[in-house]
Design a protein around this ligand. Structure first.
Ligand SMILES: [Zn+2]
Ligand SMILES: [Zn+2]
Length: 175
């Protein structure tokens, strides 16, 4: 990892129901894929203030702002796992969002599930996608920008197939 990166402990923060099995698998994978330790927090509700009634989606920026307020009593990089569809201004939806060189990120889970697209569920594929999205957003919190290598975790994913071709690690540009 590049010199000067302060890799704080990662805190997985479930907002809405997230299975404990998924959380444990992610915590297990974080050291070898991201080189960082993780812990999990208790599940909370998704803040209703972030909800956009017209769009029936949650605004990523508002969720990040909410997570920022948790910093007072949680030391580390907080990653909100949101079990609801999210968006950003100018985008129909987002898979995740992070504060560049910050301590807050979110990953939106629904569009990472096969069932969202009317397909039968694939738990292994789902958890791998969640991990890749966590790696991507975590990289942003460390100051990594988007990478031209389509296999790199820092490559921008426009669609689910972009996520599926990525590796569960960063390319050498970020080491
Ligand atoms: Zn990105
Ligand atoms: Zn890269």
């Amino acid at each position: 990892m590049a010199i000067g990166i302060n890799k704080e402990k990662v805190i997985l923060f479930p907002m809405g129901p997230v299975s404990d099995e998924l959380l444990e698998w992610l915590l297990n994978m974080l050291p070898e894929t991201a080189g960082v330790k993780g812990v999990k927090e208790k599940q909370t509700k998704i803040p209703f203030g972030a909800y956009n009634r017209k769009r029936e989606q949650y605004l990523g920026d508002a969720l990040l702002e909410y997570i920022r307020e948790m910093d007072h009593y949680m030391k580390g990089t907080l990653i909100g796992l949101i079990n609801a569809d999210c968006y950003a201004e100018g985008h129909n939806y987002i898979f995740g969002e992070a504060v560049l060189k910050g301590y807050q990120a979110i990953v939106a889970l629904p569009r990472l599930r096969q069932s969202f697209y009317g397909l039968s569920e694939n738990p292994d594929l789902f958890r791998e996608r969640v991990l890749k999205e966590i790696l991507h957003e975590l990289g942003h919190t460390w100051g990594f920008t988007h990478c031209p290598d389509p296999l790199c975790a820092m490559h921008f994913a426009n669609s689910l197939s972009d996520i599926d071709v990525k590796n569960t690690h960063y390319c050498e540009l970020h080491s």
